[in-house]
Design a protein around this ligand. Structure first.
Ligand SMILES: NC(=O)c1ccc[n+]([C@@H]2O[C@H](COP(=O)([O-])OP(=O)(O)OC[C@H]3O[C@@H](n4cnc5c(N)ncnc54)[C@H](OP(=O)(O)O)[C@@H]3O)[C@@H](O)[C@H]2O)c1
Length: 319
């Protein structure tokens, strides 16, 4: 690969929230250019200087790598078409996250497998934050498998995509806050469990409850972790620092907790911890925050693309 040539990237689903974020980030990328950008109902419109074509008419040969931000259930067909044409692909939908055909692109933990990957399944937004918060504890055997890990997560409304839906109208979400997909029914649970088992060796129960937060972007997760032994705050912070000190896109907070303003528009997860007083068995509360459209989607996809292409991992990204 030639590090001095600009790499042409094809973006599928460029009229959606994630696709638009991909275009924004690629325009600031020193080693990549947008070769083509697709849309469905918005085909023919111009976004950031690109005329959107139908995915059916995508000029695959003009791109070296494809980033697909198509809806799940739609993406697989086009990703397979790109692969049949010999193109390396990062799929941001859920279509390949449980598939043995793809490398799961949780960059900080699967980096060595990304370099040669033909197909990378970019993790979901909620799982990215939860996994980066839980894997360090799981790897050290600190999570008690006889008790549930409770993940209460809240996302801004861009997490639901740009297609109009009545329940996402301003009049419905403004000044409100509500849970949805309760009772472990959210589709992200399966990839969360798979990756926590594969990277952390933890196979105990998780209870995952998403909430809709009336902001545009950002996810904050409050994770209640049952511990196998007592961890005071500074020991717990030290343990996260030991895992992530060399990681450019993970911020471990010391004596402070993250909030959305620490992460929006950044390709960063911010993690903070607190020991829990007045409980009979040891627990840790871990707070993790990300921008759902950046580290939770487009930014992590570009981080993965950079690793695949041998570029500096954070090229084009503000972590
Ligand atoms: N939103 C997030 O925070 C987030 C985070 C992580 C992962 N993801 C995943 O990323 C993907 C994109 O999410 P999003 O929120 O950006 O969705 P979105 O706003 O609804 O955008 C979907 C895109 O796909 C296009 N599209 C829809 N149906 C199509 C079809 N049948 N054939 C070809 N193109 C079609 C749309 O084109 P038109 O608009 O022109 O119809 C649009 O460009 C999804 O798989 C989602 O699960 C989203």
């Amino acid at each position: 690969m030639n590090n001095h040539a600009s790499i042409p990237v094809g973006v599928l689903g460029a009229s959606g929230y994630v696709g638009q974020e991909l275009l924004r980030l690629l325009h600031g990328h020193p080693d990549a250019t947008v070769a083509f950008a697709t849309a469905e109902s918005a085909a023919g419109e111009w976004v950031d200087g690109h005329e959107l074509t139908k995915a059916d008419d995508a000029p695959w040969q003009q791109a070296e790598i494809i980033l697909s931000a198509l809806p799940h259930g739609v993406s697989a067909r086009y990703v397979n078409e790109a692969r049949a044409g010999g193109k390396r692909t990062v799929d941001l939908s859920a279509d390949f996250r449980l598939s043995p055909d793809a490398v799961y692109g949780l960059t900080e933990f699967t980096r060595p497998r990304l370099a040669d990957a033909e197909l990378v399944a970019n993790p979901g937004c909620y799982p990215t934050a939860a996994l980066l918060a839980l894997i360090p504890l799981a790897q050290l055997g600190l999570i008690d498998p006889s008790r549930e890990v409770i993940i209460d997560a809240a996302s801004g409304v861009t997490g639901a995509g740009r297609n109009p839906k009545r329940e996402l109208l301003f009049g419905e979400v403004a000044e409100d806050y509500r849970a949805y997909a309760i009772g472990n029914t959210h589709r992200h649970l399966a990839e969360l469990k798979q990756s926590l088992s594969r990277e952390g060796g933890f196979t105990g129960d998780l209870v995952f409850t998403p909430h809709l937060l009336p902001v545009k972007r950002g996810i904050l997760e409050t994770i209640h972790v049952p511990l196998t032994r007592v961890l005071d705050q500074s020991t717990a912070e030290g343990l996260y620092s030991a895992t992530y000190d060399a990681e450019p896109c993970v911020q471990v907070m010391h004596g402070a907790l993250p909030s959305l303003k620490d992460v929006v528009y950044r390709n960063r997860v911010a993690i903070g911890v607190a020991e829990v007083a007045d409980v009979r068995r040891p627990r840790l509360t871990v707070i993790a925050a990300i921008d759902n459209l950046v580290k939770g989607a487009a930014g992590q996809a570009i981080q993965n693309m950079n690793v695949m292409l041998g570029l500096p991992e954070t090229a084009g990204l503000a972590c």
